[in-house]
Design a binder for this molecule. Structure first.
Ligand code: HEC
Ligand code: HEC
Length: 293
């Protein structure tokens, strides 16, 4: 916060508190007299609902004053007045850092022990998997789902179908360094809309076997083969999915397939190495690895 903003907040807070105090005492000085109260009895609604002008009971008034006094002490003790940190020295960041340090001291040695083990070994260790499952809920479930079964555009991690490979090292690399799928937009390479639709039909039917008589097959063999492979089984080094296994990252409807070819796709798995650190990345890799075993 810049200095002037800090003063702006401090002034605003003090003026508000003073105004509250003034309002409470002022209203109290304007207490209605006995006649005024009587007079106001003339206001009657629904036959028996009468308006009275009774002053606040004293204990209620004192509650107001006490909250104002309390807030003054609170603002001296805790941060709240602009940049002034308060006498207690407490801060959200400080508390967070303390909690992180405490958790690090408690779990650090466990993580370090697991981090030094092989993924395949960890995947057989129930304690490590339990920690992996809770890390997964924290860091991964928002995209891959709490059961890791994924969603449209987010791959299922529990099946044996991998974009980038299901070996421990490949999974770990996906987690640590992230991945970006590059399916280029290819609308321009089709001579006509009919040729494009032919390709869509061809791709949709690929799980049932490649139709070598289709004109789209010739095109596949020149345009798509480099990434999706001659048999359509995909190339993991490029993250190009198999098109013959009937597992679809973006859906199998003609509309979705067409959109993939026309606009391209760029699924992004963020790099988590800096966020979770190498030990936890290994535990997560073991957890993910165990899901498909
Ligand atoms: C912001 C969303 C997001 C988060 C968070 C995320 N992922 Fe991913 N992940 C993706 C996407 C999208 C892909 C597919 C990338 C592509 O299409 O090329 C992916 C791919 C992967 C892959 C490769 C799958 C394959 O078939 O090869 C693994 C393994 C993986 N994620 C594990 C994790 C783990 C473990 C975490 C938690 C630490 C995590 N992901 C967090 C979005 C996410
Ligand atoms: C430069 C490499 C490359 C070329 C060339 C390429 N693709 Fe792809 N394709 C990919 C990648 C990588 C993905 C995954 C995108 C992602 O993860 O977001 C993909 C995804 C797809 C998908 C979605 C699959 C699913 O599971 O939902 C279809 C369909 C597809 N490609 C069809 C084709 C067709 C048809 C051609 C040729 C006309 C082609 N691709 C050419 C790399 C390529």
């Amino acid at each position: 916060m810049s200095n002037s903003w800090s003063w702006y907040v401090i002034l605003g807070t003090i003026v508000t508190l003073a105004a509250c105090f003034w309002l409470v005492t002022y209203a109290n000085r304007q207490r209605a007299s006995a006649e005024e109260i009587k007079e106001s009895e003339s206001h009657v609604w629904d036959e028996n609902v009468r308006e009275l002008n009774n002053p606040l009971p004293m204990w209620w008034l004192w509650l107001f004053i006490l909250t104002i006094v309390w807030s003054a002490f609170y603002l001296i003790y805790f941060p709240g007045m602009g940049d002034y940190g308060g006498m207690s020295g407490w801060s959200q960041e400080g508390q967070y850092a303390e909690e992180v340090a405490a958790a690090e001291a408690r779990y650090g040695p466990i993580f370090a022990e697991y981090g030094a083990m092989e993924v395949t070994e960890l995947a057989r260790n129930p304690d490590a998997l339990e920690i992996g499952a809770s890390l997964f809920q924290n860091y991964c479930s928002q995209c891959h789902g709490s059961t890791a079964k994924g969603a449209r555009g987010f791959p299922n991690l529990t099946d044996d179908d991998w974009l980038y490979g299901g070996m421990p090292a490949q999974i770990e690399q996906s987690i640590v360094s992230g991945r970006t799928g590059v399916m280029p937009p290819l609308a321009a390479v089709f001579a006509s809309d009919e040729a494009l639709d032919e390709m869509v039909r061809y791709v949709q039917a690929m799980p049932d076997g490649m139709d070598t008589t289709s004109p789209a097959h010739t095109q596949y063999m020149t345009l798509c083969i480099a990434c999706h492979g001659p048999t359509g089984a995909g190339v993991q080094a490029l993250g190009a999915p198999s098109l013959v296994d009937d597992i679809w990252l973006y859906g199998s409807s003609p509309a979705e397939i067409k959109r993939t070819i026309v606009e391209g796709r760029n699924g992004v798995m963020p790099a988590n190495g800096d966020l979770v650190g190498s030990d936890r990345a290994r535990i997560l890799a073991a957890y993910v690895y165990s899901l498909s075993q």
